[in-house]
Design a protein around this ligand. Structure first.
Ligand SMILES: Nc1ncnc2c1ncn2[C@@H]1O[C@H](COP(=O)(O)OP(=O)(O)OP(=O)(O)O)[C@@H](O)[C@H]1O
Ligand SMILES: [Mg+2]
Length: 222
């Protein structure tokens, strides 16, 4: 991300002049107060929003030039608002990886600690979930989203408070570590999960983390 500026309305920048480098294998935590622009930054990185100026590249290619389906295979953004798709649990998980067999799906559910409730489902992976079927709690729905993440195994993951309902940021760590792939996390609080908190003088809201001051700036709203 190079010198990225973005605002939802003209003349009101939410993100201004941000540089961010994430190397393969690196985990980065972005922290800041509410409204500072963390989710906006996540949406820009995922290609959901387009910068007003500046560049966002993934593997050297401008993400605006990558077709949506190809982008979705490379970058997964998981937010607090997750969707349970109508159909069986198997159908839901197959969205992430159509070739995954039952054992792989069950392993993914256990990785994100969904094994306890999965074992109680009347029809296992055939159980119809969602509005028309077995209702999942917000926590279970979020675990399901994380299980899809494990199955999809994309090169880059952006978690935007994706564990708020799942109850534990450690769950995201499990999901990501199981992949053994490159990953980017954005935990809600200042719990770096072993991540590198990019909070130098130009951090999201100017606060300084106790970590690596003066590191490459991530967000600058000044
Ligand atoms: N869709 C939108 N349209 C207009 N303004 C928006 C939109 N989404 C966010 N904003 C504004 O952009 C600014 C940054 O919001 P953002 O959601 O990125 O902050 P955040 O750091 O993720 O906050 P939180 O910690 O509460 O999730 C805020 O002033 C917010 O009101
Ligand atoms: Mg947010």
């Amino acid at each position: 991300m190079r010198n990225v500026t973005f605002g939802y309305t003209p003349g009101r920048d939410v993100i201004r002049g941000i540089d961010l480098d994430v190397a393969p294998g690196e985990t980065v935590a972005v922290v800041g107060s509410s409204g500072a622009g963390k989710s906006t930054l996540a949406a820009l990185l995922a290609g959901v929003r387009t910068p007003d100026s500046g560049a966002i590249r993934f593997g050297g290619v401008d993400i605006g030039d990558v077709p949506e389906t190809a982008r979705a295979q490379r970058i997964t953004l998981v937010t607090q608002e997750v969707h349970v798709f109508a159909g069986s649990l198997r159908d839901d998980l197959a969205l992430a990886n159509p070739t995954a067999d039952d054992a792989t799906m069950e392993a993914a559910l256990r990785t994100v600690l969904a094994g306890d409730w999965f074992d109680l489902l009347p029809d296992g992976l055939d159980t119809v979930v969602g509005d028309a079927g077995h209702q999942l709690t917000p926590m279970q729905a979020q675990q399901l989203a994380l299980a899809r993440l494990v199955l999809a195994d994309p090169p880059m993951v952006i978690l935007d408070e994706a564990t708020a309902d799942a109850g534990s940021a450690a769950l995201a760590t499990r999901a990501c570590r199981s992949r053994g792939a490159r990953r980017t996390q954005r935990p809600r609080r200042r719990t770096p999960l072993g991540a590198d908190p990019r909070c130098g003088p130009n951090s999201v809201d100017g606060e300084r983390d106790g970590g690596r001051r003066g590191h490459a700036r991530a967000v600058d709203r000044a």
